[in-house]
Design a binder for this molecule. Structure first.
Ligand SMILES: [Zn+2]
Length: 263
């Protein structure tokens, strides 16, 4: 579990999005913006945001040499490198190798994700397009995480959004799927609208995200991943996930299996 910097840091103006509050997410975010003395600004399509000038960014290489894991990560804020490292450290090596196979370009941080009326300053995306403004990176072969998504959860010191997006990759080839859930849980989860994306897999990817957090040795992260009253993060859902190939010995080492046991 190591991080290498690729090249030198560079500075750039970036946009940090904010998650709107209220039922319709149309009120100001209920947390501070990066420049706390200035209010959040708003774009009717992309949502709440602030511009941060001269942010220091860096490209990274994350690797576990003994486990054949090697992932490139681009345009990370220098102050958030540790969050990215801590997040990837939670993910089993077999899952990261599957990520490499399905998303060989790696991970890129960006001001926004999505296109046209679906473009947002928050969240993450497994996009089907290549963004021409980043000629060194083919987005259709990678994952986009917005600066706003990582800013939102900085108190956790990890990025749940990054885990959610890796969850989408785990649905490829059925590494995780609703097959192993009860009929009622499957019905409830596939009809849960968890983000702007109406897809039936959103709650499954959240369940993956919470289960990964539940395995953390950090109490705050584990608490974030567990809540008996919420189906996406309760024991019933964890048991169903343990039956998915991603959490069996097909993709986990014996010591990783222990991490994902009930506690
Ligand atoms: Zn999603």
């Amino acid at each position: 579990m190591s991080i290498h910097m690729i090249g030198q840091p560079y500075s750039r103006d970036i946009i940090v999005g904010g998650y709107g509050s209220g039922r319709r997410r149309d009120r100001d975010p209920n947390y501070f913006a990066p420049n706390p003395l200035d209010p959040w600004q708003r774009d009717q399509i992309r949502g709440f945001y602030q511009i941060v000038e001269d942010e220091h960014l860096i490209d990274l290489h994350y690797y576990r040499s003994n486990d054949n894991v090697s992932i490139n990560i681009y345009q990370v804020k220098q102050s958030e490198v540790l969050f990215v490292e801590r997040t990837l450290d939670l993910i089993p090596s077999g899952h990261l190798r599957w990520l490499q196979e399905r998303k060989p370009a790696g991970i890129i941080f960006a001001n926004s994700a999505g296109r046209r009326r679906d473009e947002r300053y928050t969240g993450g995306l497994n996009p089907g397009y290549d963004d021409q403004t980043t000629p060194f990176f083919d987005e259709s072969e990678g994952i986009i995480i917005t600066y706003g998504a990582i800013w939102r959860y900085q108190n956790l010191l990890i990025s749940p959004t990054l885990i959610h997006e890796i969850g989408h990759v785990m649905t490829h080839g059925g590494k995780i799927s609703y097959r192993y859930f009860s009929a009622t849980a499957r019905e409830t989860l596939s009809n849960t609208r968890v983000s702007r994306n109406p897809g039936t897999l959103e709650a499954l990817c959240n369940a993956y995200m919470y289960f990964i957090c539940y395995s953390s040795s950090n109490p705050a992260v584990r608490l974030f991943g567990s809540r008996p009253a919420i189906l996406e993060k309760n024991q019933q859902t964890r048991e169903a996930l343990r039956r998915c190939p991603a959490f069996t010995s097909r993709m986990l080492s014996p010591s990783e299996m222990i991490n994902f046991r009930e506690r």
